[in-house]
Design a protein around this ligand. Structure first.
Ligand code: FAD
Ligand code: SF4
Length: 463
């Protein structure tokens, strides 16, 4: 069928949205969602579910949408996901559920992410209560970090009746959902905070401004605070740099710092006293989701925004939708280009960047073609701000203050895949702290698996 196309989703006009922080995508309304749901074939062996890291029963929830039973659809999703409004917005569906959808072989795949988002938003707007908890159990669990891994783990354990406390280093919960992914992709008060509130409604206690490894150690949590099991979901917040000349100059940021200052400290709002310096011309180095977020944020703060990435468009690790949106809004892509030096003026302020042109050689260990410098192709770009978005690794604070907790050579906590058990009995870990920077859904999946393992551990050793 040549005309078996997705129901298009409404979005803010590219020129207008490039000047504001409001959400880019408006999502489906009920009629649009029902129409899109009709495209699902309700497969007996649904390939989409195989592609979902938390195995949401996709055909079941879509069939409920088709019938107009949105509360029923929300209940189906809630069996496997505690953050559907977040995942419906930021999951890389094109490589997961939608990438496997049978309709996608000849036509556009079913818009599973937008349907999930619709169901989650509808149930929030209609105050649907999806939380069912079992009777209280006499055991205490500490969860370190309130990102998707910690929230998912805490939510599942609270549903089982455990007494769960999340310890969060920042003054606001949510991890990268709150301070990394910008407002225009993931609204904080409209979407992230209500999903966190739902988890608190399950009885989870949340203590912010507590840095484990500094305010309290893991040993103290066990021996003095009486926690019977611990989950570490502390993420991967330590930014990488290139080690090129000029990287310590004024006006060079890590993407983490830049985005945190804008998201968490509201640098984009005139009524806040914590502005960020976003100059006239901003260069973001990198090609992942984080780089797209930083470059699009710079644009919204009134700067000209450039991406510098050493491979070609085909290798950009960011979601296709994010690259498309960035281009539409006016971010300029300098592909097959690598920085050699950041140029500074006499006061140490950024004034430009020396770059070199690259070409692609043989595939490297990641399977992507290795970029090689083209000799003599150096050139200069003018800029007054540089944002380094080259990936992150876990902060060593917890591992360095916890005797016997094994980490690998990248500083990631070593844990079993299926259960998240670390080298210490009763201590589990998951999410970016274990895998290095990954995705919201994989962190959530790891948090849920660890919750199931902690439940077993407590039944066998404590209850
Ligand atoms: C800008 C940006 C954009 C992204 N875009 C996407 C996207 O579009 N789609 C996608 O799927 N993924 C995206 N990701 C990746 C995704 O957000 C992460 O993989 C995910 O948030 C990891 O979850 P986590 O719970 O493991 O860690 P985090 O979300 O990092 O949460 C860890 C939490 O632990 C806290 N913490 C750390 N150390 C301590 C300590 N010692 N004591 C107490 N608390 C501590 C931190 O403050 C933080 O709140 C993006 C990441 C960034 C940075
Ligand atoms: S694979 Fe596609 S058509 Fe089949 S059940 Fe999943 S979403 Fe529906």
């Amino acid at each position: 069928m040549a005309d078996n196309k997705r129901v298009p989703v409404r979005e803010q006009d590219a020129k207008v949205r490039a000047t504001n922080f409001e959400e880019v995508c408006y999502g489906y309304n009920l009629e649009e969602a029902k129409e899109e749901a009709k495209r699902c074939l309700g497969c007996k062996k649904p390939r989409c579910v195989e592609g979902c890291p938390v195995s949401i029963e996709i055909p079941d929830f879509i069939s409920k949408v088709k019938e107009g039973d949105i509360e029923g659809a929300a209940k189906v999703i809630a069996r496997n996901s505690s953050l559907p409004a977040v995942c419906g917005r930021v999951c890389p569906q094109e490589t997961q559920c939608e990438g496997k959808c049978i309709v996608g072989i000849k036509n556009e795949p079913v818009s599973i992410g937008k349907l999930e988002r619709f169901v989650a938003d509808w149930s929030r707007e209609n105050n649907i209560n999806l939380s069912e908890t079992k009777s209280k159990k006499n055991a205490k669990v500490a969860v370190i970090g309130s990102g998707p891994a910690g929230l998912a783990c805490a939510g599942d354990l609270a549903k089982e009746g455990y007494d769960v406390t999340i310890f969060e280093a920042m003054h606001e919960p949510g991890g990268v959902l709150t301070y990394g992914i910008p407002e225009f992709r993931l609204p904080k008060s409209g979407v992230v905070q209500p999903e966190i509130e739902n988890i608190k409604k399950l009885g989870v206690h949340l203590e912010t401004n507590v840095i484990i490894g500094r305010t309290l150690t893991i040993k103290q949590l066990k021996e003095e605070e009486g926690f019977d099991a611990i989950f570490i979901g502390s993420g991967a917040g330590l930014p990488s740099f290139m080690g090129i000349p000029g990287e310590n100059g004024n006006g060079v940021f890590s993407a983490n710092e830049y985005l945190t200052r804008v998201n968490l400290m509201k640098a984009f709002r005139e009524d806040y006293d914590t502005p960020v310096r976003s100059g006239k011309r901003v260069i973001t180095v990198g090609g992942g989701n984080v780089a797209m977020d930083a470059a699009r944020t710079a644009l919204r703060l009134g700067s000209e925004s450039y991406i510098v990435y050493r491979r070609s468009e085909a290798e950009l690790p960011a979601r296709v939708e994010e690259v498309h949106h960035a281009k539409e809004e006016g971010v300029v892509f300098n592909l097959l280009t690598n920085p050699k030096e950041i140029l500074l003026d006499e006061q140490g302020n950024v004034r430009g960047m020396i770059c070199i042109k690259m070409e692609l050689g043989e595939p490297d260990e990641s399977g992507r073609r290795r970029p090689k410098e083209i000799a003599g192709s150096e050139f200069e770009i003018e800029a007054d701000t540089v944002i380094m978005s080259l990936g992150t690794s876990p902060n060593p604070l917890i591992s360095s203050t916890t005797k016997g907790l094994d980490v690998n050579r990248k500083g990631c906590i070593v844990a079993t895949d299926e259960e998240g058990l670390t080298s210490i009995d009763g201590i589990y870990a998951g999410g970016d702290a274990v895998t290095g920077a990954a995705t919201v859904i994989s962190a959530m999946g790891a948090g849920r698996k660890a919750a199931a393992a902690i439940d077993e551990y407590l039944k066998q050793n404590v209850l």
